[in-house]
Write a protein that binds this ligand. Sequence first.
Ligand SMILES: Cc1ncc(COP(=O)(O)O)c(C=O)c1O
Length: 430
Amino acid sequence: MLFENIKKQDKLLYDLLLGEIKRQQDGVELIASENYVSNAVLEAMRTVFTNKYSEGYPGKRYYGGQDFTDQIERIAIERACNLFNCDHANVQPLSGAIANISVLTAYLEPGDTVLGFELSHGGHLTHGSPVTFMSKVYNFVRYTVKDFETGQFDFDQIRDLAIKHRPKMILVGYSAYPRDIDYAKFAEIGKEIGAMLWADIAHIAGLISAGIMRNPFDFGFHVVSSTTHKTLRGPRGGLILSKGKVSNPLKKVKKSIKNLPTLVDRAVFPGIQGGPIMNLIYAKAVAFGEALQESFKEYAKQIVNNAKVFEKVFRDNGIIMYTGGTDNHMIIFDSVKSFGYSGKTIQEALDEAGITVSKSTIPFDTRSPVNPSGIRIGTPAITTRGYKEKEVEFLAECIIKICKNPKDDKLKNRIKHEIAELNKRFPIPY
Ligand SMILES: Cc1ncc(COP(=O)(O)O)c(C=O)c1O
């Protein structure tokens, strides 16, 4: 039996684990940033690599005993470079936020300016939100979209801000935005002012690696950061990619675009982190191996197909969506305008029916982030589970019913039961 040792040793924690397994099994996971890793990736995380300290980089470690850790880290790096068509990968960042902090410290001096995407329009906290410590270290200026309806970036505004503030870096990427990015336009502005171009692809990494969405490196971007656990379906963690070669990660180099790979390595360690978590690096290598397979491309296509089914059912029912729909794995809709209820009310009602979503701010939101106007849903996890068009259509209809009647307990219970029944045909992989 699995988890036998935890059961014997710590019943309290064992029971909580069983509760979470049941929650994941019975419910529907529509949080756009979540996924179910494969059994192989889960296995990889519980290996003896967790016991090993490996400060430094392959071939240049501070401790002995690195025969196998060096090999697995090199494999993870090589696979990451193949997935994203670049020359250098740092696979050590513990999370997406740490990867982003590392990129900032790699290239900037305190007080330098970064132009990034406004949080309430779809950017991430780490892109300069005033609540973060990094926003006190660096000077973030933020661009927005033109309007909720089209969600188009305002390139006149972006260019004006770039010329006025002369940022050293221009950052693109998002957590709540349902379209691809026109990297070429950002690159044009970056070139004009000599800024370093940085894309944070945390949400869409799996879709980019599968060739479904644009790869920022094809448009002259210099550095790309990501998480490994969203559409890419790996263990929790971060990743930093760049073009060019590392000279020597243990030696200081001048802050220039040419030196980015070395600067990134030095920023991650010793700049920000201590020892890398080797069992997670092992699991990243396994996940990257999966993402290189043809079957992953099919998976990524189905993620978008499933999102398109939500789009159609929602549109047919008059739901008001950010940009009117989606080209990726997520949909954001205005629950106040569509149904008269806040994102928080809808999130809680759906939760009671076993459907997990996240409330979300929408551009020009007049409500607070703790009780915003929007809902964000995503398809990576249900697609891993095997949901296809038919199941997504059913789910979309369930969501609409609850959005119309969030206080109807009978309805929520009935849907919860129907979903648990459906999920028996689509078990999570373990
Ligand atoms: C675009 C983007 N960058 C960075 C992060 C941070 O990742 P983590 O939660 O692993 O720190 C996220 C996570 O939501 C994200 O969406």
